[in-house]
Design a protein around this ligand. Structure first.
Ligand SMILES: NC(=O)C1=CN([C@@H]2O[C@H](COP(=O)(O)OP(=O)(O)OC[C@H]3O[C@@H](n4cnc5c(N)ncnc54)[C@H](OP(=O)(O)O)[C@@H]3O)[C@@H](O)[C@H]2O)[C@@H](O)CC1
Ligand SMILES: [K+]
Length: 480
């Protein structure tokens, strides 16, 4: 598990550490780690470091200070270092002095310094960043051709929300200090490869604000049959999805549930024939009331938002088992407040909106996706899985999991139906609903990578590769 802490919590932790460690010591520790990664990058990029040129983009605060100190350490290892001071009067004094002492230069021609670099360190702004890059910095960053190593975080990206509201650094790698911050998981695409340098603040940070589940954790939690299990004891998933006109959603959600666990899957709806044709192992009927006992329901994909769909939703909610409400089920819930009353508030529920669906029941998502998901979860008493490049999963008690998207292969029709089926199967197995949603998201993404293998893919292929994705996760957890 990786914990993630916001800027305020990091500052508070640093303040605690400063009571026993001088401020400069922490910065030098950070900068030393930064310089080590810069050396590695230089060696990988250019086959050696001798005579190589590093240009530092130095802003007005401690982020620039980190860059200047790193420049000092790089100079001592024979790298040519030039600093571009974006706010010369406010550049970190001790860092500047150290760089000068070790023979680093202050660039007179900013553009030339940027253009001649083998590697650029982005020390423009760090945890105190507000808004996008300012024009002078943006103009220079635009001219960079060399790889960029971001100091703590890519400048121009909001540290706490990951919002990119204008020009921002697109880093090849980021070296961060002490812990991951929200920007690293919410705007992972701007960070490149992320390296964490320990500066000794972990004990002061407390409980993480966000959590990223590792493959090993997902693999360790994935339900597999024990020696005494049968098809019922592993949980029966009910799928109420699809229609006669749109059977695809049903076929995909059922397929995902079948492949996710060894438990049984029942289907209820108008697409019973196509579902049975594709998945002979499913018990398919026309209606929720004829389905028999299930331990969870998935309701919504391809259901329709008319009277018939509303009636299916009502019956599913009344069943008193954990529910994953997706797509049309969310629209139906949003359309009429009274539909929430059909649900026993103590029965777990997972809602899986994209931004437009979210807006229908919880208002516009806005810039702070984590805060939005947290608010919606607290208000509805359901786990809210907000889809996006980074998927945010919030529980009513305030816990939040984030899955940073490593690729965009999953942006394909029917992909959401597969995710809903996965969540349903994990709910049926008895997993805590936050974990069920979080583990499903991760498996879904691993499946996306396996399905795509660097070429466009489709939701049907996602279903095909689910067992391989689960095997990958279990291998990461040490199961052979
Ligand atoms: N504390 C420590 O010892 C340690 C701290 N560490 C390091 O310190 C960093 C935090 O440093 P920090 O708090 O000094 O501020 P920082 O992020 O450098 O910003 C400076 C100023 O920039 C400005 N500015 C704002 N937005 C902007 C924008 N979009 N574009 C351009 N400029 C913008 C704004 O000033 P303004 O111009 O608005 O007056 C702001 O005050 C942290 O990320 C880590 O790298 C590590 O060394 C570990 C030990
Ligand atoms: K930075």
């Amino acid at each position: 598990m990786s914990g993630v802490w916001g800027a305020d919590r990091v500052r508070a932790a640093e303040d605690e550490v400063f009571k026993r460690v001088p401020e400069g010591a922490l910065m030098r520790r950070a900068a030393f780690g930064l310089a080590n990664h810069a050396m590695t990058m230089l060696a990988e990029l250019t086959g050696g470091v001798a005579g190589r040129r590093v240009t530092l983009l130095v802003g007005a605060g401690n982020n620039g200070g980190d860059a200047l100190w790193a420049g000092h350490f790089l100079r001592r290892r024979g790298v040519a270092v030039e600093a571009v001071l974006l706010s010369p009067d406010r550049a970190h004094p001790a860092g500047l002095a150290a760089l000068r002492r070790s023979g680093g230069r202050i660039a007179a021609d900013h553009l030339a310094a940027v253009r001649s670099a083998d590697l650029v360190l982005d020390g423009i702004v760090g945890l105190s960043a507000r808004g996008p890059l300012r024009p002078a910095a943006a103009g220079l960053v635009e001219q960079v051709e060399a790889p960029i190593l971001a100091v703590d975080l890519p400048s121009g990206v909001d540290p706490d929300t990951g919002v990119v509201a204008g020009p921002a650094v697109h880093a090849d790698a980021t070296v961060t200090f002490g812990c991951l911050k929200p920007v690293h998981v919410l705007a992972a695409g701007h960070c490149g490869e992320i390296h964490l340098v320990d500066i000794g603040i972990r004990a002061e940070l407390g409980e993480p604000e966000l959590v990223v589940l590792s493959d090993a954790e997902v693999g360790a939690r994935w339900p597999v049959p024990g020696p005494t299990d049968d098809k019922y004891t592993q949980g029966v998933t009910g799928i109420a999805a699809g229609s006669a006109v749109y059977p695809g959603a049903a076929v995909l959600a059922v397929g995902a549930a079948i492949r996710a666990t060894s438990g049984m899957v029942r289907y209820a709806g108008e697409a019973a024939d196509p579902v049975r044709d594709r998945w002979p192992e499913v018990v398919a009927t026309g209606s929720v009331t004829d389905t028999g006992r299930v331990q969870s329901w998935v309701v919504g994909p391809g259901l329709g938002t008319g009277k018939a769909g509303a009636e299916v939703l009502r019956r599913v909610l009344a069943a008193g088992v954990p529910v994953c409400a997706d797509a049309d089920a969310i629209t139906l819930l949003a359309a009429e407040e009274s539909r929430w009353d059909d649900r026993d508030p103590d029965t777990p529920m997972v809602l899986t909106p994209h931004d437009r669906e979210f807006a229908r029941f919880a208002g516009a998502v806005g810039a702070d996706r984590v805060a939005a998901a947290r608010r919606a979860a607290a208000r509805t008493g359901a786990v809210v899985l907000l889809k996006g490049h980074a998927t945010v999963v919030a529980a009513p008690d305030g816990r939040v999991l984030v899955n940073p998207a490593r690729s965009a292969w999953l942006a394909t029709a029917g992909s959401g139906d597969v995710l809903a089926g996965l969540i349903g199967a994990l709910l049926a197995s008895g997993l805590d609903p936050l974990l069920a949603a979080g583990c499903a998201v991760r498996a879904h993404e691993v499946a996306g990578q396996l399905a795509a293998r660097d070429a466009p893919t489709s939701a049907s292929v996602l279903v095909e590769v689910l067992p391989e994705a689960i095997r990958t996760l279990r291998l990461a957890a040490g199961f052979r």
